[in-house]
Design a protein around this ligand. Structure first.
Ligand code: IRN
Ligand code: FE2
Length: 638
């Protein structure tokens, strides 16, 4: 590894396509109780309803936005300087941290005084890391348990409400039809929330209470002051994580920064840097300094690099130093596979697919080589001491997750889950925030059982699952096999969904795969929010449906998760600008559009003064005759 190569400096540019604002969207900031609480949201504006259909004004809607300053054209982006440290003031004014003049890990000691490396490490910022003062605890859980509402908690409360009340008020004031519209567009089906209790309005006090109870976490390392606070818990919006990271097979540092900005553009709520191979430290530095979302890692990967890939050579001391190195850099949560116990390893012998977790297999190998419990388990309390000095959250790894439908919910997986529950209690004793990782591959009928056991054994600590994939038979489509499981488990109470891309099991995802995986998980998460009855989740669906019904094509595209793709598909057959107001699309053509027919029916009924259903039957009959006459093809649409 040669950290002194100047290759990074020459490529320090963000991809323009990844930072342009989304169509018809504007970044707004909602101010909290103090001027430095500025909560970002995306405002999507809409056109008016055509005059023939009511001519209403459609006020803009507000959606959750994790893209940071990247989609704000007024922000100055310089990835060599990093993002502004928006939380710096909050961290400093608590008075419980101190600046470290020297890095205290092996990395810091070995590389101290390396000027070229300093340049790389803190691009343009030269920021020094902080740590809790001796005897203090700087976790959000610690503050919450003392009854303190931090600016981070208030920020989150504003963020989760997504300006719902303002939107409904804007609707009311939009014209003579205001009351009717507010009722129509604010209506939502009651949800069925398994064990969740989501209040109609998220207050800062509610955030504090959930954090204190351990039912939610705020991954917010004090050394990642650039991050915009967010929350992971089942009484909040379901979040998604995107994995990025180079492997031995390539991709450069700037490509990884690009992947991060690309992931958050499409809705990645957190990003995990799973880099292995060369330049791990530098890659991570660039990602963290430029990331407005929490960054997670699996520290055992880097520890393994330090012993040249020989799992049996890993030691507690080396692992501890790696944790400190990454905590000082600002990693917000660590995947730690501390539940892989010696006695569970033989249980995997009869599996179809053995141990599929990378971290899990490293630890299993170590345990077998030494015939000892892993140092992650035996030194767990010391790990907690490190976590609370920087506020790094645990993501307790599922090293024994099933890698096939055959292995789902077996003894090894469930044994580990129980141990993760015991470790949760230890972490909570230290006021350290915890979430629990879950599978994997699970058929639909076993998903609820898995979720229920997690809630019970882990005392409602947030669950964070990889899918699960609901079948093994579709390599190339595993974003879908797993999107199905993700939607279900999200509904049952999982707080964060780790995305799976179409390349799963096959290769390293490229940018298109990353986007495909994110959009798939975004829609799974939203479907779960709807099913749980998250207040206001349906607002976006209602607005989009109204636009669709009224043939406001541009609004339909722009309100969707992927406006570019929607527009592209539409334009494949009807590229003309005039088609953007046409009262049909190419799916059914001008004569067989059900929405157009319904509109005609309403007009007809209004004119004739007959009931709508009667008119509908009449209208359909006419259309049927037309259909037989022209012999046109009609595609089924949902
Ligand atoms: C999430 C839930 N279960 C596993 N994950 C993710 O898988 C985890 O957060 C990390 O991104 C990756 C770790 O994989 P291994 O080391 O367990 O294979
Ligand atoms: Fe798999």
């Amino acid at each position: 590894m040669n950290a002194k190569q100047p290759f990074v400096a020459n490529q320090a540019q963000v991809d323009e396509a990844a930072i342009a604002p989304l169509p018809n969207s504007r970044k707004i900031y909602v101010e909290g109780s103090r001027p430095d609480i500025q909560v970002p949201m995306r405002e999507i504006s809409q056109s008016d309803t055509p005059t023939g259909m009511g001519g209403e004004k459609n006020p803009p809607i507000y959606v959750y936005d994790c893209s940071g300053p990247y989609t704000d054209p007024t922000a100055k982006i310089d990835i060599r300087a990093g993002l502004p440290a928006l939380r710096q003031q909050w961290i400093e004014e608590r008075g419980d941290t101190e600046v470290l003049n020297d890095l205290t890990s092996d990395f810091g000691r070995e590389r101290a005084g390396d000027k070229a490396l300093d340049e790389l490490r803190f691009p343009g910022l030269h920021r020094k890391p902080r740590r809790a003062k001796a005897g203090t605890n700087v976790t959000q859980m610690h503050y919450a348990r003392q009854g303190i509402i931090t600016p981070e908690m208030e920020y989150i409360a504003i963020r989760e409400n997504m300006q719902r009340e303002k939107y409904l008020a804007d609707l009311k004031n939009s014209g003579p039809q205001g009351d009717r519209l507010a009722k129509l567009l604010g209506r939502q089906h009651p949800g069925q929330a398994y064990g969740a209790a989501i209040p109609p309005v998220i207050t800062p006090e509610f955030v504090r209470d959930e954090i204190a109870r351990g039912r939610a976490i705020i991954p917010n390392n004090i050394n990642h002051p650039e991050s915009e606070p967010m929350i992971i818990g089942r009484n909040f919006l379901v979040k998604i994580n995107a994995n990025i990271g180079n492997s031995a097979l390539g991709s450069s540092i700037s490509e990884e920064v690009d992947k991060m900005t690309w992931s958050i553009r499409w809705g990645g709520d957190t990003v995990m840097d799973l880099s292995t191979g060369k330049n791990i430290h530098e890659t991570r530095e660039w990602i963290i300094r430029n990331s407005p979302v929490p960054i997670g890692t699996v520290p055992i990967y880097q520890a393994l690099e330090k012993v040249d890939g020989k799992a049996e050579d890993l030691t507690w001391e080396l692992f501890r130093d790696t944790l400190i190195e990454q905590a000082e850099q600002g990693v917000d949560y660590f995947t730690i596979h501390a539940g892989v116990l010696l006695r569970y390893i033989p249980m995997t012998a009869n599996r179809m697919t053995g141990i599929v977790s990378r971290g899990g297999s490293i630890m299993a190998k170590w345990c077998l080589a030494h015939h000892k419990e892993s140092f992650l388990y035996t030194h767990f309390e010391e790990i907690c001491e490190i976590m609370k000095a920087y506020d790094v959250a645990f993501s307790l790894g599922d090293g024994l997750r099933p890698g096939s439908i055959y292995d789902a919910n077996d003894d090894a997986q469930l044994g580990e889950l129980k141990t993760l529950g015991e470790l949760t209690q230890i972490a909570w004793k230290h006021d350290v925030q915890v979430m629990i990782e879950g599978p994997g591959h699970v058929p639909m009928q076993l998903i609820k059982e898995n979720m229920d056991l997690q809630l019970e054994w882990c005392d409602e600590a947030p669950f964070y699952t990889l899918g699960p994939l609901t079948t093994d038979i579709a390599p190339g489509y595993d974003h879908i096999t797993s999107g199905i499981g993700a939607a279900m488990i999200g509904w049952y109470g999982t707080a964060m969904l780790c995305y799976v891309t179409p390349k799963e099991h096959l290769g390293l995802p490229d940018k298109d795969d990353v986007k495909e995986g994110i959009i798939t998980y975004k829609l799974a998460a939203h479907a779960a929010d709807l099913a749980k009855g998250h207040p206001g989740a349906q607002i976006r669906d209602n607005a989009l449906s109204k636009a669709r019904y009224e043939f406001r094509w541009d609004d339909q595209f722009n309100l969707g998760l992927d406006p570019d793709k929607a527009r592209e598909f539409h334009d494949e057959t009807l590229p003309k600008e005039s088609a953007k107001v046409a009262h049909f699309c190419s799916m059914c053509g001008p004569h067989f559009c059900s929405m157009k027919i319904t509109q005609d029916v309403r007009d007809y009924a209004a004119k004739q003064g007959i009931a709508e259903t009667e008119a509908l039957e009449k209208g359909m009959e006419e259309k049927a005759i037309e259909f037989v006459k022209t012999g046109a093809e009609v595609y089924r649409k949902v």
